[in-house]
Design a protein around this ligand. Structure first.
Ligand SMILES: Nc1ncnc2c1ncn2[C@@H]1O[C@H](COP(=O)(O)OP(=O)(O)OP(=O)(O)O)[C@@H](O)[C@H]1O
Ligand SMILES: [Mg+2]
Length: 473
């Protein structure tokens, strides 16, 4: 998700960078094209100029009229073009812009070299004589067996400078644009991405139940409003949860108080029944009535005990008062079995421990024994099995405790419901056996207190396996 958001956030700077690179390349290309065209055009013009100069110079050279040649060249003194006539030794015979005795030997000038070897040439180079960049066009002519070079040139200083400036400006625009993109990216990173990630982390913590998380609220910027809204929302949620916890606590306390209040008269009833029974009544009706009072009072007593156990577990969960200590799972399993040994001994059921891991964990051994005991007693009471197997083992960093029977099993729909309070599959039979329907709800709460979970794997007539999983920390 973060990757997608980053792609989205940085898409715009990347796009702008690409556009800048594209535009710069296009402008540079256009500029080069322009330079090239200018050069070609100038070359053509120089070509025409050379032809015209040749037309005048050739006969003068033939007649060796060098002063006329100098006069002709001097006529171009103030023109844009410069005319130079050089002999085969590189000596300047006439030049429109400089006095010939001040010019050095031209034999090494590339355009002269080339022309003397018979090839007309166009060269752009810096002229030390003119102290400017020039475009030279040189052609050879042969007069009475002697080679001369006619060179016509024009300054390219202005256009070169213009092109150079344009190039510099393009580069400058590119770097300014690039700098702008860098600043934009930094802005997105500092003002959007980092605060967004911090805000997301806070939101994840709140979503996982940690409502004391401080929400990161940036001082300003695009996320200010959103952060503030989440902050307000989390505070309201905290208040609501506090109220709900209060109500829940009130409810548990009320139930516990009522149960306690019922317990006192119930104990008196039970001891009165015991006293009457000790008098060994002989009247059949009296015996029957006493039996009913005794049975129902005991049922009520069990119900009250279970309700109190549930209320106690809920309270422990809310106040995190778990009374945890180091315990060895194998011992807890053995203790739970010995708790229900009496019930098993009254049946023909065989109980077998298949595997028992002596791993130490932090937990409430009394409650865990009660949970395992509950599962075994259920198997004895409801499954009609002849065998129960118990095992404890480690799997995926969890300690698993399994209680399995091979009896009537549980329908799929019932499997998810049996952990609900007061839910019994066969109400009449369960009541007959003294069940309140709270046993598995208590087991579920005990496991929850250990941050674990309970599941049942069962199919009709194929037995049922209850598995408790507790994470090993
Ligand atoms: N091993 C099992 N095989 C078949 N049915 C079962 C098994 N264990 C539980 N049940 C069914 O699930 C119902 C709920 O069990 P639970 O332990 O919550 O209540 P209970 O045993 O009726 O009451 P209590 O445990 O409070 O005495 C039982 O009434 C029974 O119908
Ligand atoms: Mg039970």
């Amino acid at each position: 998700m973060i990757r997608n958001r980053d792609n989205f956030l940085f898409f715009i700077p990347i796009l702008i960078t690409l556009i800048i690179i594209l535009l710069t390349s296009l402008l540079m290309y256009q500029l080069r094209q322009f330079g090239q065209t200018y050069l070609t055009e100038t070359e053509k013009e120089l070509q025409v100029d050379v032809k015209q100069v040749l037309y005048v110079v050739e006969p003068l050279l033939k007649l060796k009229q060098y002063s006329a040649l100098t006069n002709y060249c001097n006529e171009f003194k103030d023109e844009k073009i410069r005319i130079t006539i050089i002999d085969n030794n590189g000596k300047v015979i006439a030049d429109s812009n400089t006095e010939i005795n001040k010019t050095d030997n031209h034999l090494n000038r590339p355009e002269i070299k080339s022309a003397l070897s018979g090839k007309p040439e166009t060269v752009i180079r810096y002229s030390s004589t003119m102290q400017s960049e020039m475009i030279y066009k040189s052609v050879p002519i042969l007069i009475d067996g002697k080679k001369y070079v006619i060179r016509v040139s024009v300054s390219s200083h202005n256009i070169s400078k213009t092109l150079d400036n344009a190039e510099k400006n393009i580069y400058l625009t590119f770097f300014i644009g690039f700098g702008g993109v860098l600043l934009l990216t930094l802005y997105i990173l500092i003002r959007v991405r980092i605060p967004f990630n911090k805000l997301q982390q806070s939101a994840i913590k709140i979503a996982s139940g940690n409502l004391d998380t401080d929400i990161f609220v940036p001082k300003n910027g695009v996320l200010w409003e959103l952060s503030r809204a989440i902050n307000v929302m989390s505070k309201q949620l905290k208040r609501q949860i506090k109220n709900m916890k209060k109500l829940e606590n009130f409810r548990s306390e009320f139930i516990a108080n009522v149960s306690h209040e019922i317990k006192t008269p119930l104990t008196s009833i039970l001891s009165a029944v015991e006293m009457l029974e000790s008098l060994s009544p002989t009247n059949k009706t009296e015996i029957k009535c006493l039996q009913i009072i005794s049975e129902q009072s005991n049922r009520l007593n069990t119900l009250i005990q279970d309700i109190l156990s549930l209320a106690d577990l809920e309270k422990r969960q809310i106040f995190k008062n778990r009374d945890f200590a180091e315990l060895t799972i194998s011992s807890t399993v053995e203790n739970a079995i010995s708790l229900c040994q009496g019930v098993i001994n009254n049946t023909n059921i065989e109980l077998e421990i298949l595997e028992n891991t002596p791993i130490k964990i932090f937990g409430n051994s009394y409650l865990l024994e009660q949970a395992i005991n509950n599962l075994i007693v259920n198997a004895v009471k409801y499954s009609q099995t002849d065998k129960i197997t118990v095992k404890s083992y480690i799997e995926n960093n969890e300690i698993k405790i399994s209680v399995k029977d091979y009896g009537i099993g549980i329908e799929k729909d019932e499997c998810s419901r049996i952990f609900e309070r007061f839910y019994r599959i066969d109400k009449a039979r369960s009541r007959e056996l003294g069940g309140t329907g709270l046993g598995l709800a208590i087991v579920k709460n005990i496991v929850k207190l250990h941050n674990g979970k309970i599941e049942v794997i069962s199919k009709p007539n194929q037995g049922a396996e209850f598995i408790i999983s507790i994470p090993i920390i």
